[in-house]
Design a binder for this molecule. Sequence first.
Ligand SMILES: [Zn+2]
Length: 94
Amino acid sequence: MAKLNCDHVIDYLNGTLSKEEQLEFEQHLKTCTDCQEIIEMTGDLPYLADPVDPPAGMKARILSTVFEEEQKKSEEVKRGTRSAYHTKSGEKEE
Ligand SMILES: [Zn+2]
């Protein structure tokens, strides 16, 4: 279920979600640090911006870069450099 919402991050950034889907995704966003990081990296929230055509291609490229980096991170863990996964160990979410 959570995975489906994570897929919505792309549509959310592109501003193509319906009002309902957007609200649903924002609920998911509060609990999903993966999506929060992706949105932070893009640097803006489309629904707050002017209603012009979003640079969808550019954001899609950013997103694929994020996912590639996630894969690299997994590779590093497999090779034994586990410290990459410990950057958040001290953080607690309310
Ligand atoms: Zn998510």
